[in-house]
Design a binder for this molecule. Structure first.
Ligand code: ATP
Ligand code: MG
Length: 291
């Protein structure tokens, strides 16, 4: 029997094990690609632990290996050396167990399925009954502002709308881990801020951990508990900046007012300086938005 899915908080395990307290563990990971023009070292000695329920953003110049790291966590590729685990399981097992929802750079929708049927897919795979599924899909489409587009097909939507369908799909099952690679990149600024607020609220309510790639420093600051700053190729972790956002540090309490507060600007500056490796901050590095 499947239970109806609503936005209820994730139930913690009765006796949390150390593995359950860690969403993602990356140890000594290198990734090299063989190309016709030689070897490309995309990631070099990456160590990163993401706690259950924690929101961590990856930021760094274009080509520094952010998507590569996400693909390794999602078991879409293998590391050249080092280990990765997701909730204490191998990445393969975590994928088979559908431990996480994914929203990546391209929306990746099934063109022959309607918007509603795309969002319903993870629920179908998990055998959620059709009535509960329909309710959940309606709730999700409403949240991403696409309630009127349920019966359309992906090629009838704009890029930003397709991206919102992918986000709704990634949230369908309230996974305890969300892997999001520039999910808001194709959205207009107003929709983007609304989706940021929704994501911060949903992840706080459901207790989901999130690994989030972005090129926008303010977006990373608004959403995250910690911001991982990466250096250009070979991708290394340059610095991990904890977000100290004063009274609004609790994710559930983050509202649009935070975007205008002193603590917010201080954190934006801290991340910018980390990106520049302590050098004086002039124009942003290639591929990183400072707006
Ligand atoms: N399948 C592949 N074969 C060869 N090289 C690859 C492959 N995938 C990624 N790379 C290289 O690895 C490096 C890191 O790429 P990646 O896509 O992870 O960067 P990124 O940080 O996500 O960049 P962006 O911000 O532009 O999305 C780049 O130099 C890229 O060319
Ligand atoms: Mg990328």
């Amino acid at each position: 029997m499947s239970e109806p899915q609503g936005f209820r908080p994730a139930q913690p395990a009765a006796v949390p094990t150390p593995a359950a307290a860690t969403a993602v563990e990356v140890r000594g990971v290198d990734k090299r690609f063989e190309t016709r023009s030689g070897q490309v070292q995309a990631l070099d000695a990456i160590d990163l632990t993401v706690a259950a329920g924690e929101f961590v953003s990856l930021i760094g110049p274009s080509g520094c290996g952010k998507s590569t790291l996400m693909r390794l966590i999602a078991d879409l590729d293998d590391p050249s050396s080092g280990t990765l685990t997701v909730f204490g399981k191998s990445t393969r097992q975590a994928r088979l167990d559908q431990e996480y929802g994914i929203a990546f750079q391209s929306a990746g929708l099934l063109p022959w399925r309607t918007v509603a049927a795309n969002v319903a897919l993870p629920l179908e795979l998990h055998g959620v009954a059709s009535g509960a599924r329909a309710n959940r899909v309606a709730e999700l489409l409403d949240m991403v502002g696409l309630a009127d587009f349920a019966d359309r097909y992906p090629d009838q939507l704009s890029g930003g709308m397709q991206q919102r369908v992918a986000i709704a799909r990634s949230l369908a099952e309230q996974p305890r881990l969300l892997l999001m690679d520039e999910p808001f990149g194709a959205l207009d600024e107003m929709t983007r801020e609304k989706m940021q607020s929704d994501l911060v609220r949903i992840s706080a309510e459901t207790g989901a951990a999130v690994v989030f790639v972005t090129h926008s420093i303010p977006e990373a600051v608004f959403l995250s508990d910690r911001v991982v700053v990466m250096s250009p190729r070979p991708g290394r972790i340059r610095e991990i900046v904890p977000m100290r956002l004063g009274a609004d540090a609790k994710r559930a309490a983050r509202t649009d007012e935070l975007r205008e507060e002193r603590a917010f600007f201080d954190m934006v500056t801290a991340v910018r300086e980390a990106l520049h490796g302590g050098a004086p901050v002039g124009t942003g590095p290639r591929g990183v938005e400072t707006r």
